[in-house]
Design a protein around this ligand. Structure first.
Ligand code: UFG
Length: 336
């Protein structure tokens, strides 16, 4: 079965390609290499011993997207990762984010909608919940106004897909709301490749452990949490990747209850920034240099998932612990 993975050389995309191939799918990767290296393709092949088809294509080019889908009428589904994802950059350059994340989504959906099999998996984010009123966060929690253009593209993206599903019974989609993906494949052949100074906690920690960065800044220790630092739900990227395969199979087997479904993907456990640092220190046997600084603008205090729906309806559960994920992130950093 031929599956298209857009952004398939990125962090979550590459791990999902590996899991799809391990499950017997034929994978076609589309990536414009704007935030990924072509070397990732070789590394995927060396893990799975199977070569996915790779097409360098910028989804902003509507005519090329049309050509692609015309040439691949036998596609059974699309997993759509391709998007820009830096929150701060999106505040600086909103139009770029709306073009990269919304125009491209519309072009892909327009073409997929013409095919016989319209099965679509969308990369969404827990950012749609903002600071949720209660923890853990269920899929029924209210959607809050987005804090950034990036967050808004995830919210609007879900709305666009839902609107199509309402009027097109044959169109089936699942939006997966990720909490905080971290870690790397156990082979340490693929992982997160931040460009420049990492914005996210875990790559910043591992680069500091490696001596690439001098010191981690912990953004605030005066939050109303047990140790004063923010709480997140850190999920191993391989667990996350496996959830995409399960979601896709749900659509392919017509097991979906409605033609637009939403699932939280997290572990269900919240960890504070200091707990993540301690986990790093445990698995690496290193002391991490860090200092407490002011809060970062836009951070929510706490966000962790109620995973009941993913566990019971999707039949998927995250298996790795925080230490497992941190260990894999550290192995990957050392390999780099
Ligand atoms: N943090 C630090 N120091 C750093 C980096 C992060 O203390 O150098 C803290 C943050 O303040 C936060 C936690 O570590 O409390 C996690 O921060 P990340 O940047 O790793 O992750 P976020 O939860 O802020 O961001 C994630 C996704 C975004 C998404 C956002 C929405 O990476 O794509 O959730 O909630 F928009």
């Amino acid at each position: 079965m031929k599956i298209v993975v857009t952004g398939g050389l990125g962090f979550i995309g590459s791990h999902t390609v590996v899991e799809l191939q391990n499950s017997g799918f034929e994978v076609v990767i589309i990536d414009n290499l704007s935030n990924a290296s072509i070397k990732v393709l070789e590394n995927i092949i060396s893990i799975t011993n199977q070569a996915p088809t790779f097409i360098k294509l910028d989804l902003k080019d509507k005519a090329k997207v049309q050509d692609f889908f015309r040439a691949h009428q036998d596609i059974k589904g699309v997993i759509h990762f391709a998007a820009s994802k830096a929150v701060g950059e999106s505040v600086e350059n909103p139009l770029m984010y709306y073009e990269n994340n919304i125009n491209t989504l519309v072009y892909v959906l327009q073409e997929l909608n013409k095919l016989e099999h319209s099965n679509f998996i969308f990369s969404s984010s827990c950012t749609v919940y903002g600071q949720a009123d209660t923890m853990p966060i269920t899929e029924n929690a209210p959607i809050k106004p987005a804090e950034s253009p990036y967050g808004n593209t995830k919210k609007i993206g879900e709305n666009i897909i839902e609107d199509i599903c309402k009027v097109t019974p044959d169109f089936k989609a699942i939006a997966l709301r990720y909490f905080n993906p971290i870690g790397a494949h156990k082979s340490a052949k693929i992982g997160e490749l931040p460009i420049g100074v990492p914005q996210n906690l875990v790559p910043y920690i591992t680069q500091t452990g490696q001596g690439i960065r001098e010191e981690l800044s912990v953004f605030g220790n005066d939050y109303p949490t047990e140790d004063g630092t923010c709480i997140r739900d850190y999920i191993h990227v391989v667990d996350l990747a496996k959830a995409h395969v399960v979601a896709l199979q749900r659509l392919l087997n017509d097991n979906n209850e409605t033609n637009f479904e939403v699932f939280n993907l997290g572990t269900g456990t919240g960890s504070s920034v200091l707990q993540v640092i301690k986990s790093f220190e445990r698995v690496s046997n290193k002391k991490l240099n860090y200092k407490i600084v002011d809060r970062r603008k836009g951070d929510v205090i706490s966000a962790y998932a109620d995973t009941t729906k993913a566990n019971t309806v999707l039949g998927w559960t995250a298996e790795s612990s925080l230490d497992d994920a941190m260990k894999s992130a550290w192995n990957w950093q050392q390999k780099l």
